[in-house]
Every structure is written in structure tokens, then in C-alpha cells.
Design a protein around this ligand. Structure first.
Ligand code: COI
Length: 350
């Protein structure tokens, strides 16, 4: 069912699904369609199609569920101020999926195939793109080994599945982070998988995040596994540290996910005249910063109000005057069309 024109709250809900958009969170809402494309080992992906959204059938011996042969992406479709629907830098997600597919010995869709699959999914679920100001349509492309194997070898068959759900913010408000000193997110250096969006990178954070949340923290900040001295990443987003005019973020050295929001925020901050460096950042340096913030497709730009390391809690600047808020507004402005997209980051799909 679709609604018409303008709701009582003044939100333009034309062509939007009939749900209470003010109650949107960050959890799966079943939408209408998903996109499926299959490919045998050694072949290239060719034709895919939209099918009704729903459960999938999978061989119990599929390598995704036994050996973790899977990578995913996350990107969003937004309604713009002039009433169109856009994607944000989808070619970047396609390139990152290729990197992960190479690492996990999987065939991958071409950039055009990836963007086409994402576009078709977003358009088929157009009524689930939230009204402007209420959120976005989070699109999840998942590339997985769906062929059966008992041996630890690449699957004989692969599936690209693209599905979506309307979302709003991942976290509510500024973050209170706990520094994790027992578990690591990724092994240091280029030999591990921290730098790809592998399905295997996420469940390992649960032990730390579950314990931290039980103690009232919003999320966990992980340290590098080689020295335990440098900050790396939060469970599902990148981290930045601000001191005066200088902004630093851990370099994408194989252990850090090369985030697309991270990359975009670096470009925006450079344009604003900040000095931006990608390098190792010690915990000590972060505890002496003015501001800390996180970036990611899901979290967008989220300021950090405190970081707790062992028994010491350090507080940071947040709020309307913070740099992270300024950067967030510019990014969201570009994504929703209130700020001119001079870099050609948005792709109109309707
Ligand atoms: C994203 O920001 O798109 C992510 O992939 C984070 C997700 C694990 C919630």
C-alpha cells in the first residue's frame, strides 16, 4: 500500500510504504524484492534477476556456512530534496567487493553488474526508501560460496544476493566507547582479512561488544594485535581523532577496513583546510585528543563522547559546534542534495 502527499507531520510520504517512519531503527524490515545472480566456479557472473524477498534455500555443505567463504557490502539509497533517489559512490563498494572476492578465491560481479544489481534492488523496493529526513534504504550485497564442499577448498558455485531494508541511525547519540584489551578484531598487517568486508570479521567482536554493552558502553574500540598500543577500529566503523586543525585516522594497512565514508570524510576535511593524516595512532595520543568520531555507512559520522580504557574515562567535545557534526552535515547534505555534489559522488537511479 502507498500513502499519498503530505502527512500530518509535514513529511512528504508520497510513494512510501505505510509504516511509522518515526519508529525506524537499525533492524531488518522485510521489503518486497531481492536480487539473485549465480555463477559456477571458473565462470563469470552473467544474468541475475529480482525475486520476492524471503528465506533462501542453501545446501548444508555450502562453503559460506561451513568455512565462512563470504563477503558483503553495505550502501544506501537516499531520497533527495528534489524528490529523486540516489546511491552514494556505489562503484567504490563494487571495487571493494572485488578485493574481498580475490582474497577469498571467489568470482565477482563486474562494476556494472554490481551497480545494476544494487540499482534494480533499490528501485524494486522504492516504497521502502524512507521519506527525506527519516532515514535511508540500507542495501546489502552478499557474495557467497553456495556450492557444497567438505574439503577446505573454494566452492563450486557462487551467489550474489542483494537485499535491503529501511534504516535510520545505527547508534542513538554520541558514543561511549570501551577500549578492548583482551580480544582483537583483526590480525595486524596485510596477511589477514581485516581489510576486506568478510563475513568472518564480525562475529569475533560479539564477545567484546556484548560484555561492553552489559556495562553500559555503546561499542568497543579495538587495538592492533601486534602491539596492543595503537587504535584500529570500532566493531562496525572506522575511527578518527581530532586535535586542533589536525585530523588522524588509522592507516588502511590491511587490518583496517577501507571505509567509503572514511574516504569521503578525508576528502571533505581536506577541502575544508584541515590537515588529515592516515597513520598509526597510539591509545595515548587518542586520550589527549579534542574530539573523536566514527564513520561508516551504517553509523554515518557519529561523535564519541567518551573512551574508557581500563579504569580511566576520557571525555571529548561533541554537539553542534563539534567538527564531527560539521562533517556529518556536509556528507548528509551531499547525499540528500541540499549541498552541491561537486565530486559526482551520487548516482541518480530514478
Ligand atoms: C556498514 O557500515 O555498512 C557496515 O557494514 C556495518 C554493519 C556491519 C552494520
Amino acid at each position: 500500500m502507498t500513502l499519498h502527499s503530505v502527512s500530518e507531520s509535514g513529511v512528504d510520504v508520497e510513494n512510501c510504504a505505510d509504516i511509522n517512519w518515526d519508529e525506524l531503527g537499525f533492524s531488518p524490515v522485510p521489503t518486497d524484492f531481492m536480487y539473485v545472480m549465480k555463477c559456477a566456479k571458473g565462470d563469470n557472473f552473467s544474468e541475475g534477476s529480482l525475486v520476492p524477498f524471503g528465506n533462501i534455500e542453501i545446501n548444508p555443505f555450502a562453503t559460506i556456512i561451513n568455512y565462512g567463504q563470504g563477503i558483503f557490502e553495505g550502501l544506501k539509497a537516499y531520497r533527495t530534496e528534489d524528490g529523486h533517489i540516489v546511491l552514494f559512490r556505489p562503484e567504490q563498494n563494487a571495487q571493494r567487493m572485488k578485493m574481498g572476492a580475490d582474497r577469498f578465491c571467489m568470482p565477482y560481479p563486474s562494476i556494472d553488474q554490481f551497480i545494476n544489481a544494487v540499482k534494480q534492488t533499490a528501485l524494486a523496493n522504492k516504497r521502502w526508501v524512507p521519506p527525506l529526513g527519516k532515514g535511508s534504504l540500507y542495501i546489502r550485497p552478499l557474495l557467497m560460496g553456495t556450492g557444497a564442499s567438505l574439503s577446505v577448498v573454494p566452492a563450486p558455485e557462487y551467489t550474489l544476493l542483494v537485499y535491503c531494508t529501511p534504516v535510520t541511525n545505527y547508534h542513538k547519540g554520541a558514543l561511549n566507547l570501551k577500549v578492548e584489551s583482551k580480544f582483537y578484531r583483526a590480525i595486524s598487517g596485510t596477511g589477514g582479512t581485516g581489510g576486506i568486508k568478510s563475513v568472518t570479521n564480525y562475529a569475533p567482536v560479539y564477545a567484546a561488544t556484548t560484555a561492553a554493552k552489559a556495562d553500559g558502553f555503546s561499542d568497543v574500540l579495538f587495538l592492533d594485535s601486534a602491539t596492543g598500543k595503537n587504535i584500529e577500529e570500532v566493531s562496525a566503523c572506522n575511527v578518527f581523532v581530532v586535535k586542533g586543525n589536525s585530523i588522524c585516522t588509522p592507516e588502511a594497512n590491511g587490518a583496517i577496513l577501507p571505509g567509503i565514508t572514511r574516504k569521503s570524510i578525508i576528502e571533505i576535511a581536506l577541502d575544508l583546510g584541515y590537515q588529515v593524516t592516515e597513520r598509526a595512532i597510539s591509545l595515548e595520543e587518542m586520550l589527549d585528543a579534542d574530539e573523536v568520531f566514527c564513520t561508516g555507512t551504517a553509523v554515518v559520522v557519529n561523535s564519541v563522547s567518551s573512551v574508557t580504557y581500563k579504569e580511566t574515562r576520557t571525555e571529548y567535545k561533541t554537539g553542534a559546534e563539534s567538527l564531527s557534526e560539521k562533517l556529518r552535515k556536509i556528507l548528509v547534505g551531499i547525499q540528500t542534495g541540499s549541498i552541491e555534489d561537486s565530486r559526482g559522488w551520487t548516482v541518480r537511479i530514478d
